[in-house]
Design a protein around this ligand. Structure first.
Ligand code: CMC
Length: 444
């Protein structure tokens, strides 16, 4: 709790340091001492700072929440300056090398790596819920032939709530877990249906003998063969990409998931909102924009001219920069390596050399160095997806499938956090002061 104090520790006199922050309000001359926990002060403590009793109290103004921790979380750790990303304490590099997506999903959702038995039970549960009801298929077939797959994905996830009305019992842990398993299991199916729709092909039912990503490839690619056999290199590449995209602490999509979830709506409705946030070109839609940008640059020789334009403020270098990373995004390093592995079977994406040149120039240019702009996860992932033959419109959907795990883990953590309430920021009102309604006949 905040206390009013004049007793400020003076290190030169040997006073012991305290975990507090002293603020003097020069309007009143009063001094306040605020507790510091985890390098943070509580915004609500500031409300005690008032000019008089009628005063509402001090708030913080933080557009785009640049410097506001809105939750405590034990899921994902990022050190943006050092380029560190960990899920439940385990570095992303180790997970990408040794784990698979379903095991990583278990880790994110349950907090620990599964034992062999836990893993098999979890895998069994997920793989046996991959099918969606026929109504969902019919619903998706009703979209226009050229519907954007991400719009289909968002709408269909929202529509799932109509089939599972019990999902709104969000405080029942068993019911909650049932929806989590359903969503992890069914998002690849919905995604694959949106892809087949986009390509004018019949939808393919899941094959539960295959792995999570193997089955996903089956639902995307299967034509007339009786049994689909996924290419192991592609299956592994997708698995690695899914691991890298599974969670990323309080990004825009996750913040949407938590905010919508804080109203206690069902997880399908909340996740549709999170996926909508992900769709934006500044978020998960960036990988699509990277390919557009590289195609527009067209050739290595045009790279310096393009970089100059970006520096003049004429557009952005898509796939570069990050709110949190002020160093190379650790995911981008792994995506780059994975790209080379995929290109061994697909052939090199011709846009790769433009991307490499862009990265080379940007990483030594004063503009990007000064602003600490490095490639992010989207810079190379689009090149892999394109080499695998995925249309650009499908890229954000490929991001949404694995991020489902992070959204659900963060949603659940928010719900059971006793400190959380409905998310409701404040504002600084800048409109007109109170005035009277003027009848239309009297308006000028
Ligand atoms: N190209 C050129 N300049 C940039 C870029 C960029 N990609 N990103 C930031 N800047 C500049 C920006 O103009 C600003 O310059 P100044 O200080 O002169 O005004 C400075 O760098 C700081 O940028 P900011 O806009 O304050 O940074 P932010 O934290 O608000 O934005 C971002 C982060 C990711 C939205 C932004 O870097 C961006 O738009 N990048 C391109 C889109 C992109 O690749 N998004 C994918 C993000 S990673 C995947 C995900 O998690 O969704």
């Amino acid at each position: 709790m905040i206390t009013q104090t004049m007793d400020i520790p003076d290190k030169t006199k040997g006073d012991a340091p305290r975990d507090t922050l002293t603020i003097t309000d020069n309007r009143t001359g009063k001094t306040y001492e605020l507790p510091i926990t985890d390098d943070t002060i509580r915004a609500m403590d500031l409300r005690q700072i008032k000019v008089n009793d009628a005063d509402f109290g001090m708030m913080t103004y933080d557009p785009a929440l640049l410097n506001t921790a809105a939750t405590r979380s034990s899921i994902t750790y990022i050190d943006g300056d050092k380029g560190i990303l960990e899920y439940r304490g385990i570095p992303i590099e180790q997970l990408a090398e040794h784990s698979n997506f379903l095991e990583t999903a278990y880790l994110i959702l349950f907090g620990e790596l599964p034992t062999a038995q836990q893993y098999h039970e979890w895998q069994d549960k997920v793989l046996h819920r991959t099918m969606v009801k026929e109504y969902i298929k019919v619903l998706m077939q009703a979209f226009r032939y050229d519907a954007h797959p991400m719009s289909m994905f968002i709408s269909t996830v929202a529509a799932l709530s109509t089939y599972y009305p019990e999902a709104n019992q969000i405080m029942n842990p068993e019911i909650r877990m049932k929806q989590i398993v359903r969503l992890v299991a069914k998002t690849p199916t919905i995604a694959a249906y949106s892809y087949r729709h986009h390509r004018g092909l019949p939808y393919v039912y899941p094959d539960n003998d295959l792995s999570y990503t193997g089955n996903f490839l089956n639902m995307l690619d299967k034509m007339t063969q009786v049994k689909y056999e996924p290419d192991p290199a592609w299956e592994r590449a997708l698995d690695v990409l899914f691991i890298l995209h599974a969670d990323h602490e309080q990004n825009a999509g996750t913040n949407a998931m938590r905010a919508i979830g804080s109203t206690h709506v069902d997880p399908y409705s909340a996740m549709a909102g999170a996926a909508a946030a992900l769709y934006g070109p500044l978020h998960g839609g960036a990988n699509e924009e990277v390919i557009r940008m590289l195609t527009q640059i067209g050739s290595i020789k045009n790279v310096p001219e393009f970089v100059e334009k970006v520096k003049k403020g004429e557009g952005k270098l898509m796939g570069f920069g990050h709110r949190v990373y002020k160093n190379y995004d650790p995911r981008a390093k792994i995506v780059k390596q994975t790209a080379y592995q995929v290109f061994e079977s697909t052939g090199v994406n011709p846009l790769l050399e433009i991307a490499l040149e862009l990265e080379r120039i940007a990483l030594q240019d004063e503009y990007f160095v000064k602003r600490k702009l490095y490639p992010n996860v989207d810079f190379y992932s689009g090149l892999i997806y394109q080499a695998m033959g995925f249309p650009m419109a499908f890229f954000p959907v490929l991001f949404a499938i694995p991020r489902t795990v992070g959204w659900l883990a963060q949603w659940q953590e928010g719900l059971i956090d006793a400190e959380q309430k409905i998310t409701r920021p404040r504002q600084i009102y800048t409109g007109p002061a109170q005035r009277d309604y003027v009848p239309m006949s009297a308006r000028k």
